[in-house]
Design a protein around this ligand. Structure first.
Ligand SMILES: NC(=O)c1ccc[n+]([C@@H]2O[C@H](COP(=O)([O-])OP(=O)(O)OC[C@H]3O[C@@H](n4cnc5c(N)ncnc54)[C@H](OP(=O)(O)O)[C@@H]3O)[C@@H](O)[C@H]2O)c1
Length: 249
């Protein structure tokens, strides 16, 4: 099976790394396209994968095609292409572009949507996808991390929660990192401690029980948690996820 990936940016690269790991897909079976010469050269020199001259060439030689370009690029460049043959499976990873719009544009029906986060580059991502009976596609997506099938209406929820969520989590981690430096720790020590704090919190069987275990009555943690509550941190985080969701719907 030849796998074609249109777009080799943040997501395209993460996808290639995930697919290549454990030789799940062989290097010679992956082709990509990009816009700039610089990205094309990087794909060849650092990843050793084939680069097609045009998107049409990639579509012609691939059995499974992942779309990893921004939606505006997709609509500007692909709606005038020759209709994609039904035998080819298209997986759109674009946020906010419905299957019906994809079908109108590409003129074929074997299209599913999938929504990953960047954890797929270590095969530790989250990836949801709309229904497909192609077991090879399901196996490819399973290889990338925690994968599950959802109704199309839920794709944007997963995008806001899990794809944007990595950015939200990194934002919060960065607040710890910056505060560590402000307290006078070296950047190295701040980074070590910020990572360790979150890694250890992740071991909790139940997050709220861990909060209770650390926040002894009348103690320092409780004072900090009260500050969170006074500023509605829980609501702010929920609002951020809702704002991301609204942007796509
Ligand atoms: N980043 C994420 O975490 C994430 C998560 C889920 C879904 N997505 C979706 O993935 C898509 C891409 O996001 P991204 O973050 O990877 O964007 P990005 O880093 O900006 O990458 C876009 C890629 O598209 C290439 N490109 C631009 N015009 C092209 C054309 N005409 N033909 C072929 N390739 C072209 C660019 O080439 P050059 O490198 O040469 O400029 C670049 O490699 C978006 O639709 C987004 O909604 C992203």
């Amino acid at each position: 099976m030849k796998i074609g990936i249109i777009g080799f940016g943040h997501l395209g690269k993460a996808l290639v790394k995930g697919l290549l790991s454990d030789a799940f897909v062989r290097r010679e079976n992956i082709c990509v396209t990009a816009k700039s010469q610089k990205t094309k050269e990087l794909a060849q020199s650092e990843y050793g994968i084939c680069v097609c001259r045009t998107n049409q060439e990639l579509i012609d030689i691939s059995d499974i095609i992942f779309i990893c370009v921004p939606p505006d690029v997709f609509f500007a460049e692909f709606c005038d292409c020759t209709p994609v043959p039904e035998s080819k499976h298209i997986i759109s990873l674009m946020a906010g572009v419905t299957i019906s719009k994809l079908k109108n544009c590409l003129g074929q029906s074997s299209i599913i949507r999938a929504m990953p986060n960047l954890g797929i580059e270590r095969n530790d991502g989250i990836i949801c996808y709309t229904e497909t009976d192609n077991q090879y596609v399901v196996a490819l997506l399973d290889h990338l991390g925690y994968s599950f099938c959802v109704p199309e209406a839920d794709i944007e929820k997963v995008t806001a929660f899990a794809s944007c969520g990595i950015g939200f989590a990194a934002y919060i981690l960065n607040c710890f990192f910056e505060k560590g430096k402000e307290l006078g720790f070296s950047p190295d020590a701040s980074r070590q401690m910020a990572d360790n704090i979150f890694r250890n919190a992740l071991h909790a069987a139940n997050y709220s029980e861990l909060v209770d275990a650390v926040a002894t009555k009348g103690g320092a943690t409780e004072a900090g948690i009260q500050r969170f509550d006074r500023h509605d941190v829980k609501e702010i985080i929920g609002d951020a996820i809702d704002a991301a969701h609204r942007r796509m719907t």
